[in-house]
Each structure stands twice: as structure tokens, then as C-alpha cells.
Write a protein that binds this ligand. Structure first.
Ligand SMILES: NC(=O)c1ccc[n+]([C@@H]2O[C@H](COP(=O)([O-])OP(=O)(O)OC[C@H]3O[C@@H](n4cnc5c(N)ncnc54)[C@H](O)[C@@H]3O)[C@@H](O)[C@H]2O)c1
Length: 364
């Protein structure tokens, strides 16, 4: 499979570059790098240099490369607000696309990509890598297996440490126009995971978004930073479940605790983003002993999820393969939930989450 890589930044240097260069554990991967595209040609050349056979190119050459070289896969790993345009162009050329999360920064763009995929001869997979973490697959199997009965509610609280938190306010993410705010660029990870676990669609949101830690123009934070740093939301799903979602910055820990309540028991998940192991606890409602399972934190970036995601790619692209990657519609709903959090906080009320067929045209 020939691969065209768009974006030669941090994500590519840490993940897609090593993958395409065939370094372990990717030495058996059937991928052949074609070109690296970036507005920064120096960055594109730096990445392409380590990829046998790859050239560096500017985005103005993209349509020619798509038409003439016909890559088997286009990977989009550029800042979030640019995902829509690149993914749409690759789909229009009939290409298969792996786009980084979030699929887009507005619900309108995200749903436009759902339609673009339907109208194209290509396919769109979204890099919601948390689906590939070992503990996350175990939670999904546990819920699907009915181990806590029917899920009725959940609390999901993600925390970020100070240096990671601060980076969102100094890099491009600080502008909501570029990242969608933390409710999109960060929360879309968790919102996709929750919908995947619950096997349900989000339908309504009420939220409070605040600025508690970072003041634009103070303490080295650029004056144009306009995103929020504290998110609290209640999300209702088609299955009747209500989730309390929170994202807290400047915490001592990095990761989350999630409690899922069911008709037969409670499942508690502790995911440590920096060091392991993770923890999975099951407690039956009849008062029996709790079962605690330590789940190894796998080697590699994002607790092994990145490696598992890329190794799963060839199979995912095969016809009739079981669905594991987030689809365009899954990822679009995660974005729409995030943008609805923002709108709900602005208007101070519960709002419906726009769905693929009802999303209004134009930017939200
Ligand atoms: N799934 C994950 O866990 C995960 C982790 C990190 C980043 N990401 C995602 O990966 C993407 C890239 O993030 P990053 O940290 O590498 O960002 P980055 O800023 O380090 O790199 C972005 C690159 O894109 C280039 N670029 C900027 N605008 C462009 C444009 N219009 N056209 C072409 N190239 C352009 C820049 O020159 C830079 O080389 C983002 O969408 C981010 O959300 C995902």
C-alpha cells in the first residue's frame, strides 16, 4: 500500500514517520511511503529523508499527487481545522483516508465529510486511537457481555498535568478556530470512547465551560488564546444513559477515572496516561466482593494504542473486516458533542446534539 502523508509535525515524527520507515515494530508492514506534504517544506524534507523512496511536497502539489500517483492511503496529520479540506480532497479523488482526530473542528464540516465519504469511491477512517488501548477493548467487551447489566449512567473525569495543559494554550490549539477548543481537540477522544463503549449516540448536552487557570495575555499565554480550560457536561445518549463528563487541567495526574453504573453492578476504570498499570474494578450490586484487575500499560506512545491502531490498519481496509476504527459518523458525533458543549455553555441550557441528517449548513 502506498501512503501519502500530509503533515510533518510532532504526531508524524512520533508515529507515522517511524511506521513508514519500517522501524520495529513495523518492519513487516506492507506500506510504501510516497510523499510527505507540509506547508513547511523544511519539515516535510526532514521527515521524507528518513522514508525510503518518499519525496517532500507543498500542499499546492496535492491534487496532482492524488491524481497522478493514486496513493493507496492518505494520512492527514495537520492542525485540526485543516483536516476537513484535505480529507475532502482525498475522498473526491477516490482515495482512502486516515485522518487524525478530531475529524473536523465544526459539526458542519464533520458532517460534510460523512456525506463526502458516502458520495466518494473512497473510505474514511479516523484515528481515535484510544479504541485500541488494551484496557479500553476490555471495557467494551465487559459492557457488551452484560457483566454490569444494562448501563444506566457514568462519570468520566479526565485530568491533564500542568505542562501538558499549558501546551494547549501556547501552541495552535489555543485558538478555537484552529482546534475547536479542548471540547473538540481533547474531549473528542473521550466522547468517541464513551459512545463506542455504550454503543449509543449522544442526543443532548448541557455544559459549563470555564477559564480557571490560563488568562490570555498573562503568564506567557498569548493574548489570542480564546479556548476554555475547564469543562463539565451532562450528556444524554440514545440508550437512555446520562454521562457526567469533566476535563480538568493543571491536575497532579494525567489520565482518567470512569465509573460505569449498570443494573447489575458497577465498573470502575482507572487509566494512567503516564505510567501503569491501569485498573479495572467490578462490583456487583448484591454486595459481593469486588473484583480488581490490574491491566498492564503497554509499551509505546499512548499506552500502546498507536502501535495497535497502525497494525490493525491493513485488516481494517480489507473488504468486510469487522469495524474497529471510528467511522466518519462516529467521529463527527464526537465533534458535534463537543461543539454542543460550547453552545450549551454559551446559551445556558440543554441543547440537542446535531445528527448527520439534521446538522445545519455553514459554520457553527
Ligand atoms: N491521536 C492522538 O493521540 C494525537 C496526538 C497528538 C496529535 N494528534 C493530532 O495530530 C494532528 C497534528 O498534531 P501535531 O501535534 O503533529 O501538530 P504540529 O503542530 O506538531 O504539526 C503540524 C504540522 O502540520 C503543518 N501544517 C500546518 N498547517 C498546515 C496546512 N494547512 N497544510 C499542511 N501542513 C500544515 C505544520 O507545518 C506542522 O509540520 C492534530 O490533528 C492533532 O490533534 C493526535
Amino acid at each position: 500500500m502506498t501512503v501519502l502523508l500530509i503533515g510533518a509535525g510532532t504526531r508524524t515524527r512520533k508515529l507515522y514517520g517511524p511506521w513508514l520507515s519500517g522501524l520495529p515494530p513495523y518492519e513487516a508492514e506492507p506500506v510504501r511511503p510516497l510523499a510527505v506534504v507540509d506547508t513547511d517544506l523544511t519539515a516535510a524534507r526532514d521527515v521524507a529523508r528518513d522514508l525510503p523512496g518518499a519525496t517532500a511536497a507543498h500542499p499546492r502539489d496535492l491534487d496532482r499527487i492524488l491524481a497522478d500517483d493514486r496513493p493507496g492511503l492518505v494520512v492527514v496529520a495537520t492542525p485540526d481545522a485543516t483536516h476537513h479540506d484535505y480529507a475532502a480532497r482525498a475522498l473526491a479523488a477516490g482515495r482512502t483516508v486516515l485522518v487524525e482526530k478530531p475529524i473536523a473542528t465544526t459539526a458542519a464540516d464533520a458532517f460534510a465529510l460523512v456525506r463526502a465519504e458516502q458520495a466518494s469511491g473512497g473510505r474514511l477512517l479516523v484515528g481515535h486511537n484510544l479504541r485500541f488501548t488494551n484496557i479500553h477493548a476490555q471495557v467494551r467487551d465487559l459492557l457488551a457481555g452484560g457483566h454490569i447489566g444494562t448501563v444506566t449512567g457514568a462519570d468520566f473525569h479526565y485530568t491533564l498535568n500542568p505542562s501538558h495543559s499549558r501546551s494547549y494554550f501556547t501552541r495552535w490549539h489555543r485558538a478555537r478556530a484552529a482546534s475547536g477548543g479542548l471540547e473538540v481537540t481533547k474531549a473528542s477522544h473521550h466522547l468517541d470512547l464513551l459512545a463506542w463503549w455504550l454503543d449509543a449516540r449522544p442526543v443532548a448536552v448541557t455544559a459549563l465551560l470555564e477559564r480557571r487557570h490560563y488568562r490570555p495575555g498573562h503568564g506567557g499565554i498569548p493574548a489570542d488564546a480564546d479556548i476554555h480550560d475547564s469543562l463539565n457536561a451532562l450528556i444524554q445518549y440514545t440508550s437512555g444513559v446520562t454521562v457526567h463528563y469533566a476535563l480538568t487541567l493543571n491536575a497532579p495526574t494525567e489520565g482518567y477515572t470512569c465509573t460505569l453504573r449498570g443494573t447489575k453492578g458497577v465498573c470502575t476504570v482507572r487509566y494512567d496516561a503516564r505510567s501503569g498499570p491501569h485498573l479495572l474494578q467490578l462490583q456487583a450490586l448484591d454486595g459481593g466482593h469486588a473484583t480488581r484487575r490490574r491491566v498492564t500499560r503497554e509499551e509505546g506512545s499512548h499506552a500502546g494504542a498507536d502501535r495497535r491502531m497502525l497494525l490493525a490498519l491493513p485488516q481494517a481496509l480489507a473488504p468486510g473486516a469487522p469495524r474497529r476504527f471510528a467511522t466518519a459518523a462516529d467521529a463527527a458525533l464526537a465533534v458535534a458533542t463537543g461543539t454542543t458543549m460550547h453552545d450549551s455553555s454559551t446559551h445556558g441550557r440543554l441543547l440537542p446534539v446535531p445528527q448527520p441528517l439534521t446538522v445545519p449548513e455553514g459554520p457553527r
